[in-house]
Design a protein around this ligand. Structure first.
Ligand code: 6PG
Length: 471
């Protein structure tokens, strides 16, 4: 009998935890994995009165109430297209497929259009919060047909994280909007992590603090305006002892970072849309450079280090904290500028205040600070850049001198801080009325007759440049 409320395909870590979370909230869940033994293991290890395992696709689909709701928790890319083709012959009009993985949003738009022709609803749903979030309440970003959303809304809202009684789940927009918002969330996550890492390098290599002290500093920061999930776990990480060979495990981890691709997608997308998200791009590039272990070893021997011996002041830790806060404002200003531009590019009506509010719990970038972003967009939904909100502007003006001090100190000491410096560059590029673009335009017109606009007369002009340099 068709009695299950929802089906989950993919019983790896995220899928099985999400399925159990749904079951915990009173919905009957059908669990399926291509390899039957994986389903068996989940059902045996985590028996749940609301969850049954199915061992072939036909039985799984036959168990679902109409319209069928099927969540895919599988690897992004080809596997998603493959499972859609497998499901299609068995589906009925108005059944709903929900892709809960980190799919590229343009793939989601393509799949949405393809399935729309077949009268099947397709949702691309960003889910953030890792394994723990999936199990206990993630932040959820659903994109797809607004008309079909009420069918899945009660389940998604019930299983999401909550702030008070507010679910960290909101309908984001049509077709690929949910996956787009998740992609940029991950880009911001990259910048956030890179900033914290740069603060660590400064505190360690200029401040000379050991792991115990670092843990204490991050713990203290986590009590104030920087309060966030990432600062909290960073404090924990420094305190974690290494059982294998003593000391702290952070010092034993190879200095080479992985990336699955969402940060890079964000960066590529920003270039396509013409939006400056230099901090996210810097974070991606720094992970890339971190992988060049041999080259870095060679360069560290062959390129001389600067000799600079500035004394650090008693307020050094506080200066780093303030710099981190200002730079974090800029990282979010960049990410939300990309959201704003996406509204025009893809014809979405993204609700920035709502997006910031569903990031307040459940997701990796959850932070106290997000309340301020929600407030800013509630006050003015047409805010062109977060930097111009009264609260953020006051903070930038109050703390930019710390960022300048910290960036120059690091530059003189040869400590790489690409995210901090890009934050400062972004501020300065915006506050400069002279960026030298007049010269760029003159050069373009000189070699390519690309024309330029003038400051004193309207219209488009070309100048017959004299080749003085040849004389
Ligand atoms: C989340 C995370 C999640 C995952 C990242 C890691 O929001 O729960 O962002 O999606 O941990 O994909 O990304 P990288 O492997 O690229 O660092």
């Amino acid at each position: 009998m068709s009695q299950m409320d929802i089906g989950v395909i993919g019983m790896a870590v995220m899928g099985s935890n999400l399925a159990l979370n749904i079951a915990d909230h009173g919905f009957k869940v059908a669990a399926y994995n291509r390899t039957a033994s994986v389903t068996k293991e989940v059902i045996t290890k985590h028996p749940h009165k609301n969850m049954d395992g199915f061992y072939n696709l036909e039985d799984f689909l036959a168990s679902l109430k109409s319209p069928r709701k099927i969540i895919l928790m599988i690897k992004a890319g080809k596997p998603v297209d493959m499972i859609i083709e497998e499901l299609l012959p068995h589906l009925s009009p108005e059944d709903i497929i929900i892709d809960g993985g980190n799919s590229f949003f343009e793939d989601t738009i393509r799949r949405y259009d393809y399935l729309k022709e077949k009268n099947i609803y397709y949702f691309g749903v960003g889910i953030s919060g890792g394994e723990k979030g999936a199990r206990l309440g993630p932040s959820i970003m659903p994109g797809g047909s607004k008309e079909a959303y009420p069918h899945i809304q009660p389940i998604l809202e019930a299983i999401s994280a909550h702030v008070g009684s507010e679910p960290c789940c909101t309908y984001i927009g049509d077709n690929g909007a949910g996956h787009y918002v998740k992609m940029v969330h991950n880009g911001i996550e990259y910048a956030d992590m890179q900033l914290i890492t740069e603060a660590y390098l400064l505190l360690r290599h200029i401040g000379g603090f050991n792991n115990q002290k670092l843990s204490q500093i991050f713990n203290e920061w986590n009590q104030g305006e920087l309060h966030s999930y990432l600062i909290g776990i960073t404090a924990d990480i420094f305190a974690e002892n290494d059982e294998k060979s003593g000391g702290q495990i952070v010092d034993k981890i190879l200095d080479s970072a992985g990336q699955k691709g969402t940060g890079r997608w964000t960066s590529i997308q920003s270039l396509k849309q013409g939006v400056d998200i230099s901090m996210i791009t810097a974070a991606c590039n720094t992970r890339v450079v971190s992988n060049l272990l041999d080259e870095r070893k060679k360069a560290s021997k062959e390129i001389a280090a600067p000799s600079y011996n500035a004394e650090i002041g008693a307020d050094f830790i506080e200066e780093v904290r303030k710099s981190l806060y200002v730079a974090k404002i800029i990282a979010y200003a960049q990410g939300f500028s990309l959201y704003r531009s996406a509204c025009h590019e893809y014809n979405w009506q993204l609700n920035f205040a709502k997006i910031a509010s569903i990031f307040r719990a459940g997701c990796i970038i959850q932070a106290k600070f997000l309340n301020k972003i929600t407030e800013a967009y509630k006050k003015n939904e047409n805010l062109s850049n977060l930097m111009f909100d009264e609260f953020f502007l006051a903070n930038i003006n109050k703390n930019q001198s710390s960022l300048r001090k910290i960036v120059s100190l690091a530059v003189n000491k040869g400590i790489p801080i690409p995210a901090f410096s890009n934050a400062l560059q972004y501020i300065d590029a915006h506050r400069s009325t002279q960026l030298g673009a007049n010269l760029i335009q003159a050069q373009r017109d000189y070699f390519g007759a690309h024309t330029f606009r003038r400051t004193d007369i309207d219209g488009s002009f070309h100048h017959e440049w004299q080749e003085h340099y040849k004389k």
